[in-house]
Design a binder for this molecule. Structure first.
Ligand SMILES: [Cu+2]
Length: 216
């Protein structure tokens, strides 16, 4: 664009176009047309960029969230991933350095894992329906109830679990609600019946469920 303007200016200085007014008109018309086309293209591009900005402001729902699991000494002992499926969430949980044997495990309502307050900040089990605790309780279960994990003698355990009662985000019961949620592991087995936590005792490990990238 600027090149053709320069050419025109040079030509004008030489008096070349003064003898050829018709040619000049043609060139000017062509230049004007080019300006219009350029302006149109720029406008279209701006529109496209605005569209992109709008899409970015509505962040897409996360399809996978993670939790780094810490023990009561705040040491990292494992991790969990929660992947959204067509109905519900598929979880994988890997732990090490845990006391062998069965341990109660639940989704607690608040995304907070502070070992200094014995993970109490995570509050109780997710239970929007006001049910009683336990899979084997006729007035249960709570949505946050999960099966026990059974840690091997070497302190490790790895499980895959389907949580049809949860979605990661959106409507209904979701892991990523306003105050988040936490995966909690207790000292003792959950009998799936006794109130309020199946007799599973102290909170020994906690994973804050977060929308963070895989990092792998
Ligand atoms: Cu619990």
């Amino acid at each position: 664009m600027s090149l053709s303007v320069n050419k025109n200016a040079k030509a004008l200085r030489k008096g070349f176009l003064s003898d050829r007014r018709i040619e000049m008109k043609k060139i000017l018309l062509m230049t004007a047309a080019f300006v219009l086309v350029s302006a149109g293209a720029a406008f279209a591009q701006e529109g496209a960029m605005e569209g992109k900005a709008e899409a970015a402001s509505e962040a897409p729902a996360p399809e996978r969230v993670r939790a780094e699991i810490i023990n009561a000494e705040s040491e990292l002992v494992g991790e969990a991933t929660f992947t959204q499926g067509p109905i519900g969430v598929l979880a994988t949980i890997k732990l090490k350095d845990m006391p062998p044997g069965p341990h109660g495990m639940h989704i607690h309502t608040v995304g907070m894992c502070d070992h200094a307050d014995h993970f109490k900040g995570a509050s109780g089990h997710v239970n929007p329906g006001g049910k009683e605790h336990g899979y084997l309780n006729e007035n249960g279960p709570e949505k946050g109830d999960l099966p026990n994990i059974i840690v091997a003698e070497d302190g490790r355990v790895e499980v895959e679990l389907f949580l049809p009662q949860f979605n990661i985000s959106g409507e209904g019961t979701v892991l990523m609600d306003e105050d988040g949620s936490a995966l909690m592991i207790h000292e003792s087995p959950d009998d799936h019946k006794t109130q309020p936590i199946g007799g599973s005792g102290a909170r020994i490990a906690c994973g804050l469920i977060q929308n963070i990238s895989q990092g792998e």
